[in-house]
Design a protein around this ligand. Structure first.
Ligand SMILES: C[S@@+](CC[C@H](N)C(=O)[O-])C[C@H]1O[C@@H](n2cnc3c(N)ncnc32)[C@H](O)[C@@H]1O
Length: 256
């Protein structure tokens, strides 16, 4: 089975479980809460009237949260189950949004440079076998002067979890349950690739994204890995560690 079919099957199963999880809190979203975290809200503070593209939008909670803040949103995701739920949530919340079911690399080959903002976050890069093709999608989607924003789990934590830090062409075939609390114990097969921060930064530079910020954080807004504990600030940290362990990195840039 090719990598897109394998990952799509796994994400279809995950999306079906995720919509009814307390982790994603769809009811909270429908009652008016944002699903966005203060990290990305601080980074992209004014989206009013902007055309925002959300790459790997899952079932659209973050996309629709940006729409609530006034952005004109488009979300792209590989999983048709996720996109069906995204469209249904847009209707239920009476928010305008366009959702497209497609591989982001394929999407990037035909997109016009029409977006003011490209946003993508938390668990997106490891599904890309070729980080240069992913960066090309970002560049092809953005207008000149448009803003790119990524907040992603830190590859150093992946290394501690047993994955390679550096990229390996073959990727890792893994069998695991999902990260929401209603995980039914079913294991699904997925394939992932590691991308060190230098590869991500260089891929963006090569396609003409001028990087304006690169930040690393020792916390995550999500309790989605084993061995995390809640801090007083509402973020999750690696428990029982003498030193702070990086859990996130964030990149902001502008298309030249
Ligand atoms: C961890 S989720 C994204 C997280 C998102 N921040 C959230 O929690 O709503 C990863 C998403 O990437 C999507 N995905 C994986 N490979 C993809 C590809 N090649 N093209 C488009 N979407 C892909 C999956 O379907 C899934 O919805």
């Amino acid at each position: 089975m090719d990598y897109l079919t394998l990952n799509k099957e796994a994400w279809n199963k995950r999306a079906a479980l995720h919509v009814s999880s307390t982790f994603y809190d769809v009811n909270g979203f429908l009652s008016g809460k944002t699903s966005l975290n203060k990290i990305e809200l601080n980074a992209l503070n004014d989206v009013q009237g902007k055309r925002l593209l959300h790459l790997q939008c899952h079932f659209g909670l973050d996309t629709l949260s940006w729409a609530r803040l006034g952005a004109e949103v488009t979300g792209v995701d590989l999983s048709e189950t996720a996109i069906e739920h995204a469209n249904s949530l847009a209707k239920q919340s009476e928010l305008a949004a366009t959702f497209i079911c497609r591989d982001v690399i394929e999407f990037g080959r035909t997109v016009n440079a029409e977006y003011d903002i490209v946003f993508t976050s938390y668990g997106v890069l490891c599904w890309m076998p070729d980080i240069n093709l992913w960066a090309q999608t970002v560049a092809n989607s953005l207008k000149e002067g448009g803003t790119f924003y990524l907040c992603e789990f830190h590859p150093y934590f992946d290394l501690l979890s047993g994955f390679s830090y550096f990229h390996q062409a073959d990727g890792d075939v893994i069998k695991e349950g999902t990260y929401t609390e209603n995980c039914d114990g079913e294991l699904t097969e997925l394939i992932t690739w590691s991308h060190p921060i230098s590869d991500v930064v260089n891929a963006l530079i090569k396609v003409g994204i001028q990087i304006t910020e690169l930040n690393e954080y020792p916390y995550s807004p999500y309790n989605c890995f084993d061995g995390l504990e809640l801090g007083d600030d509402g973020f999750y940290y690696v428990a029982d560690s003498k030193q702070e362990i990086p859990l996130l990195f964030e990149i902001k840039g502008v298309k030249c």
